[in-house]
Ligand binder design. Structure first.
Ligand SMILES: Cc1cc2nc3c(=O)[nH]c(=O)nc-3n(C[C@H](O)[C@H](O)[C@H](O)COP(=O)(O)OP(=O)(O)OC[C@H]3O[C@@H](n4cnc5c(N)ncnc54)[C@H](O)[C@@H]3O)c2cc1C
Length: 418
C-alpha cells in the first residue's frame, strides 16, 4: 500500500499528545504498518462481497492484529486516548469494515463493569481477537433505550431468565459474546453478558444497505439464563451513557478516516489526469470542493479528539461531546464523500469501487451507535439544561479545560516525537 495516512493526515495532530504520548505515536506507526501487512495477507477490498468469506477474513484480520498486540489496549497505548482514536482513523482509511479490528470495542463494557468471573471468562478471549456485540435496540426505537421491553424474570438456581427481541443488531453471527440490555425484575435497566452460543438465542439475518461486513438482523432471546456473575455492575442507563461517550468519538474517527481516503483518491486521480493531459487545468469548483473537504475532515477529527480526551478523563461534558462529535463527524464524512465522489466521474459509482462502498457504509453509520437527530437533540438539551451540574466542572466559561489545554498545544507543537 503506497498511501501513508499518518504522514498525509495525522502528523499535524502529533502536537496534541502530551510527552507520554510521544512513545505512543511510535505505537501508532507500528499499528499502521501491521494493519497494512495484515491486509496484504488477508485482503478485504471492495470487490470481496459481503457474506461468510468477508466476515471470516475480517475476524482473521482482528485475530492477527491481536497476535501483534493491537487489541489489548491496557498497556502503553492506554496512556494516550488520542492514539486509540487515530487507530480508528487508520482503520477507516483502509475500510470502514475494519472498525472492529483494534481494541475491545463493546467489550470495553465487560472490561470496565464485569464481575471478576465475567472478566476472567471473556477478556482473554476478546484480547485474543474474539468479538463482542451489543444488543440494545428494540422495535419501539433505538433512540429510546429507557423504554426497553426485553425483561428478566427470576429463574431456577439463582438465575434470571431474559426474553425479548433485539433489532438491527450488528456482528450477529460473528460475536462470541453479546452485552444485552434488559429490564431487571426491579424494573431498572441492566446489562449482562450472554454467550453467543447459547441455544436460547435465535437469529434472523437481514441484508443491510451498508456496513455489511458484519452480519446484521434480529436477535431473539427466549428465556436466556443469566447468572449474577454475568450482570455488569451499575445501572444500565449509566453504563450506556458512559460507554458511548468513549465509543462515539471512535466511530467519528473511523468515518473521517474513510472520507480522508476518498479525498486522497480524488486528489491522486485529478493530478494524474492533469499530468496525462486529460485535463488542461483543474476547475475552480473542484479546487473549492477539495479545500473545503480537507478543512472539514480535519476540524471534525479535532472535535473527536477533544471528545475522546473528555471521555478519558470522565469529564461531565463527555457524553455531550461524544454524541455531537459522532453525529457531526459522520455527517461531515458522508457529505464530503458525496461531493468528492462526483470528481471521480462514473468510475466512483461502480458498486465495487471503494468510494461507492464508503458512501454506503457512511450512510449506515448515521444510524448505528446513535441516530443523528437524536444525538444533536441530546446535545442541544444539555446546552439548555438549567439543572445544577452534578460534579465540579473542570472548566470555566464554555470551553472545557481539556479542550483549552489541547488547543494551546497547537501554538507550540512538540514535533520531536519519533
Ligand atoms: C448498520 C447498523 C448497525 C446497527 N448495529 C446495532 C447494534 O449492534 N446493536 C444495537 O443495539 N443497535 C444497532 N443498530 C441500531 C441503531 O442503534 C438504531 O438504528 C438507532 O439507535 C436508531 O433507532 P431506530 O432505528 O429504532 O430508530 P428510532 O429510534 O425509531 O428513530 C427513528 C426516528 O424517529 C425519531 N423519533 C424518536 N422519537 C420520536 C418522537 N417522539 N417524535 C418524533 N420522532 C421521533 C428519531 O429521532 C429518528 O429520527 C444498528 C443500526 C444500523 C443501521
Amino acid at each position: 500500500m503506497t498511501s501513508d495516512p499518518i504522514a498525509q493526515w495525522l502528523d499535524p495532530f502529533r502536537g496534541l499528545l502530551d510527552p507520554n504520548g510521544r512513545f505512543a505515536w511510535s505505537l501508532l506507526r507500528e499499528f499502521a504498518d501491521d494493519l497494512d501487512a495484515t491486509l496484504e495477507t488477508c485482503p478485504v477490498g471492495p470487490e470481496l462481497p459481503p457474506g461468510a468469506e468477508r466476515s471470516r477474513r475480517l475476524l482473521r484480520l482482528r485475530r492477527e492484529l491481536a497476535d501483534r498486540g493491537h487489541v489489548d489496549l491496557t498497556g502503553a497505548a492506554r496512556l494516550a486516548p488520542l492514539v486509540r482514536l487515530f487507530r480508528q482513523f487508520l482503520c477507516g482509511y483502509r475500510d470502514i469494515d475494519l472498525r472492529d479490528s483494534a481494541g475491545l470495542g463493546h467489550g470495553e463494557l465487560i472490561a470496565r463493569h464485569g464481575s471478576t468471573e465475567c472478566r476472567r471468562c471473556w477478556l482473554p478471549r476478546l484480547r485474543a481477537g474474539d468479538l463482542a456485540g451489543i444488543a440494545i435496540t428494540e422495535a419501539h426505537g433505538g433512540s429510546r433505550p429507557a423504554a426497553t421491553t426485553t425483561a428478566a424474570v427470576p429463574g431456577p438456581t439463582n438465575t434470571l431468565l431474559v426474553s425479548g427481541r433485539k433489532t438491527w443488531i450488528s456482528r450477529l453471527t460473528e460475536a462470541a459474546v453479546f452485552v444485552v440490555f434488559f429490564r431487571a425484575p426491579d424494573d431498572r435497566l441492566a446489562a449482562a453478558t450472554v454467550d453467543a452460543h447459547r441455544p436460547e438465542l435465535h437469529r434472523q439475518l437481514i441484508q443491510p444497505a451498508g456496513l455489511a461486513g458484519w452480519s446484521w438482523g434480529f436477535l431473539d432471546l427466549d428465556q436466556v439464563p443469566v447468572r449474577s456473575a454475568d450482570i455488569l455492575h451499575g445501572d444500565g442507563m449509566t453504563l450506556l451513557r458512559e460507554h458511548f461517550a468513549g465509543y462515539r468519538p471512535l466511530v467519528a474517527a473511523t468515518a473521517l478516516g474513510a472520507a480522508a481516503a476518498v479525498f486522497d483518491t480524488v486528489t491522486d486521480t485529478l493530478t494524474a489526469r492533469q499530468s496525462a493531459g486529460d485535463l488542461p487545468r483543474l476547475r475552480d469548483s473542484a479546487l473549492v470542493t477539495l479545500g473545503r473537504a480537507h478543512a472539514q475532515i480535519n476540524t471534525a477529527l479535532l472535535g473527536a479528539a477533544i471528545a475522546t480526551n473528555l471521555a478519558d478523563t470522565r469529564d461531565p461534558d463527555a457524553e455531550l461531546w461524544g454524541a455531537a462529535t459522532k453525529a457531526h463527524g459522520v455527517d461531515t464524512a458522508h457529505q464530503a464523500v458525496a461531493e468528492l465522489a462526483l470528481l471521480l466521474g462514473a468510475a466512483g459509482f461502480r458498486a465495487d469501487s471503494q468510494t461507492a462502498k464508503t458512501g454506503r457504509d457512511l450512510s449506515g453509520l448515521r444510524y448505528a451507535d446513535g441516530i443523528h437527530d437524536n444525538l444533536y437533540r441530546a446535545a442541544g438539551k444539555r446546552h439548555t439544561d438549567t439543572a445544577p451540574v452534578p460534579q465540579p466542572r473542570t472548566h470555566s466559561g464554555n470551553v472545557p479545560t481539556a479542550v483549552r489545554t489541547e488547543l494551546s498545544r497547537f501554538a507550540c507543537p512538540a514535533r520531536t516525537a519519533p
